[in-house]
Design a protein around this ligand. Structure first.
Ligand SMILES: *[C@@H]1O[C@H](CO)[C@@H](O)[C@H](O)[C@H]1NC(C)=O
Ligand SMILES: *[C@@H]1O[C@H](CO)[C@@H](O)[C@H](O)[C@H]1NC(C)=O
Length: 332
């Protein structure tokens, strides 16, 4: 009995966030890896706050005035590469993004973003420290060149969707046949911080991953990176169905990521923190789960129409639609 009541006194907070963000913009911009680059080397799809720009320094959470995410104090930016279909005749068409299941209807493309504590049901009875203003990180690397290296990137996966609810199996590379419900890309970020650096030269060394596959509980943080941060993850659903009948006769995968990756080994993602004030920390200290965190309990939220309305201006003027002779910025 004694231990039970002690446990009750020390009841851990168990907040976990899962929310939709509609597409903010699709442009060749990358304020983390190529700050100031107009354009950056390859195309990204970006969601989140409207302070998004070619260069982003300082406290983004204080600069945003709207966001494409459900939580209206989240001016963070979240982005990944873009998927294209390569036709046998050598031209490319951008694969549209569709909204995820279990989110409110009408979200324009975008991503599902997670901030979990350890897994879906527990924070592992530990303090979760929110990111600080200026914090940023990337996961994965576009130069990953082999299947074994891709397998080593735990949490960076592809799912061949039968419908929007399919979650397994998780693949380290592109599916090898047409997927009835589209393709989902999944990106889990590391959650152990060195406690000092908001960034690092490779945008990764200040973080350490103890991530397991899927949303399984992560391992303990090492002494070098002792501070447990939220476990950030993205799900992006690519609507490949219009290309089902155009699969090449030899069965080779016709999809390619915007930096010229036909295998998917180099799948990667970027995160730039921008929650206003202490809003993310208040959520992590709460007990709310998913949409129960909305409507001021404890986070301010907004409806889909407000999410879809938020935008940034076009800074890189290039055509992304129809059949293109090459992907933006790519020779192939
Ligand atoms: C983006 O950066 C440019 C150049 O520094 C600046 O003029 C512009 O106001 C910025 N836009 C936003 C939305 O912060
Ligand atoms: C390639 O195929 C697409 C789809 O059938 C077609 O619309 C486009 O005109 C073709 N382009 C070339 C250069 O053949």
């Amino acid at each position: 009995m004694k231990s039970l009541s002690l446990f009750a006194l020390a009841a851990p907070a168990q907040a976990a966030l899962r929310f939709g963000c509609s597409t903010l913009t699709i442009q060749r911009l990358d304020p983390i890896v190529e700050p100031g680059g107009l354009p950056s080397a390859h195309l990204h799809q970006i969601v989140g706050g409207n302070a998004f720009n070619a260069t982003m320094d300082g406290d983004v959470g204080e600069r945003g005035s709207c966001t494409t995410c459900t939580f209206s104090e989240d001016f963070s930016n979240y982005w990944t590469a873009v998927m294209f279909f390569k036709h046998a005749n050598g031209t490319y068409k951008r694969v549209p993004i569709m909204q995820n299941t279990a989110l409110p209807n009408g979200i324009n493309g975008g991503m599902t973003v997670y901030y979990t504590q350890q897994d879906f049901n527990s924070n592992g009875n530990q303090k979760i420290t929110a990111f600080k203003p200026g914090f940023r990180m990337t996961v994965g690397s576009p130069t990953t060149g082999s299947l074994s290296d891709a397998k080593g990137h735990i949490g960076l996966r592809f799912v061949c969707l039968q419908d929007k609810g399919t979650r397994f199996p998780e693949l380290p590379d592109f599916p090898t046949k047409a997927c009835k419900g589209g393709i989902m890309t999944v990106h889990h970020f590391p959650s152990c911080w060195d406690g000092k650096n908001l960034d690092s030269p490779d945008h990764q060394a200040h973080m350490y991953a103890t991530t397991k596959e899927a949303f399984a509980a992560a391992g303990a943080c090492p002494a070098s990176h002792p501070v447990r941060m939220p476990q950030v993850a993205y799900e992006t659903l690519w609507d490949t169905t219009q290309f089902d009948k155009l699969w090449p006769a030899d069965g080779s995968n016709p999809f390619v990521l915007s930096y010229g990756d036909t295998k998917g080994y180099g799948t990667h993602a970027d995160y730039l923190f921008g929650w206003k004030g202490d809003s993310l920390q208040r959520a992590m200290d709460d007990k709310c789960m998913f949409n129960a965190c909305e409507n001021g309990k404890p986070l301010k939220s907004q409806n889909v129409a407000a999410m879809n309305k938020c935008a940034v201006k076009t800074m890189v003027n290039e055509n992304l639609d129809g059949w293109l002779h090459s992907m933006p910025g790519q020779k192939m």
